[in-house]
Design a protein around this ligand. Structure first.
Ligand SMILES: [Zn+2]
Length: 418
């Protein structure tokens, strides 16, 4: 199928905006906020709406045992590895209407635009709505794409438990998703390419007044907790030489995290201590037990690991020097990924063909693409976020900006699927 048919490609910006508005009505908090937590009634209603849009666009609707939804446009060579695109429709409490949804409804809009332009794919194209990109209910993000990419074993995902004691396995079955979770894991040749359209969630495109960002890499967090166990006591009667205060080494470690991240030699390194848990937490009592959480991110795995290792070493020597107990709890450590060069090139050429301005950006938040990249050459397209705001009711990307992203996505899918 010659790509010159795409000269007539047009995206219906108003229709997509209306669909995003319609999806946002499926929320368990009042507008303008959007709250759609995995397998709640609002999530199920949102899923129903997404399936109806897929069917309306002539896509074959397929669901896997984890609740990932696929809208398949069957190509002329159905056995060839497919091209995937998509994102998520779940929303953290009091979020907005564009995070994730633009990649799902925009993917469906891209298919409509390609059909209207007369394009016919050789490879089948799947528009995917991934199950729970947000960690709200089960504490871990991207459960659908993690399973697909083989980043987490089905047995581990099955036993994740929400705060009411309901397991992922029970929740998905109650929502109507039966079958073996092992069937969710992708085979190496299921997909040839994956490309995700998403709002930037940062200020760069707006600041530079550009239409599109071609994502070069996705940063990924290593998160872990460190616990110091000291000796409690009266703040007046225990003299300094006898103290085993668990908070002081934690404070030194927090400062160390900042120093290491600032001096890593890369702009992309960030380190955050967002939680400090002090026991017994009383003004006149020596801290006996302290747990601090670390979140270290980078686009370069070696730099991130160097910092994580340095922090753990420092923690151990602080504990040893002060005669304190020490415990490390590694929560996750996903490798960052670089975008596939052939997909970046396809996106760049698509921007040029559509007459849109562009730059390269690193994705500082992680996305389903991070886990698809474990199995499939992957890329991402960003559209602007007003004031860089996201995960808030006032997150905003205009209908025209979203339509430009869909235009580039459609052209990119056409290149990859031909
Ligand atoms: Zn998202």
């Amino acid at each position: 199928m010659p790509l010159n048919t795409l000269e007539s490609l047009t995206v219906d910006a108003t229709r997509l905006a209306n669909e995003l508005d319609q999806l946002a009505t499926h929320s368990s908090t009042p507008a303008p906020s959007v709250t759609r937590v995995l397998f709640t009634q609002t999530d199920l209603a949102g899923r129903e709406y997404v399936r109806s849009l897929m069917a309306d666009a002539g896509l074959e609707v397929i669901e896997d045992p984890a609740g990932n939804i696929f809208g398949r446009w069957v190509g002329s060579e159905p056995s060839a590895p497919r091209v995937g695109s998509g994102s998520h429709c779940d929303a953290i409490p009091h979020a907005g209407k564009f995070d994730g949804t633009v990649g799902v409804l925009g993917g469906i809009a891209a298919v409509r635009a390609l059909r209207d332009a007369g394009y016919e794919p050789r490879r089948s194209i799947d528009i995917i709505m991934f199950t729970s990109e947000e960690p709200t209910r089960f504490g871990i993000g991207c459960s659908g794409s993690r399973l697909m990419g083989g980043a987490m074993a089905p047995a581990e995902v099955a036993v994740l438990t929400d705060e009411d004691g309901i397991s992922f396995d029970e929740a998905r079955k109650t929502a109507g998703y039966d079958g073996d979770l092992a069937d969710v894991v992708l085979a190496d040749d299921d997909y040839a390419y994956f490309v995700e359209l998403h709002v930037e969630q940062g200020p760069e495109l707006e600041r530079r007044q550009l239409d599109i960002a071609v994502v070069s890499a996705i940063a990924a967090p290593a998160s872990f907790k460190i616990r110091f166990e000291g000796k409690g006591g009266h703040a007046g009667t225990v003299l300094m030489p006898a103290r085993k205060d668990a908070l002081v080494p934690a404070a030194i470690l927090i400062a160390k995290a900042e120093e290491l991240a600032r001096n890593s030699g890369s702009n992309d390194t960030v380190a955050t201590v967002g939680m400090v848990d002090v026991h017994p937490s009383a003004v006149n009592s020596i801290p006996r037990e302290v747990t601090i959480s670390f979140d270290v991110r980078d686009t370069d795995l070696a730099t991130r690991e160097r910092i994580v290792d340095a922090l753990i070493d420092e923690a151990k020597s602080l504990a040893e020097a002060r005669g304190l107990g020490f415990k490390l709890d590694m929560i996750n450590s996903d490798p960052p990924i670089a975008a596939a060069p052939e997909i970046k090139q396809a996106i760049e050429e698509s921007c040029d063909a559509a007459g849109l301005s562009r730059c390269e950006l690193v994705s500082r938040a992680y996305h389903d693409a991070l886990f698809m990249a474990r199995k499939v050459p992957t890329g991402m397209i960003f559209v602007p976020s007003k004031d860089g705001i996201s995960h808030r009711p006032d997150e905003y990307t205009s209908p025209e900006e979203n339509a430009r992203g869909v235009d580039v996505l459609a052209r990119t899918l056409a290149k990859l699927a031909c």
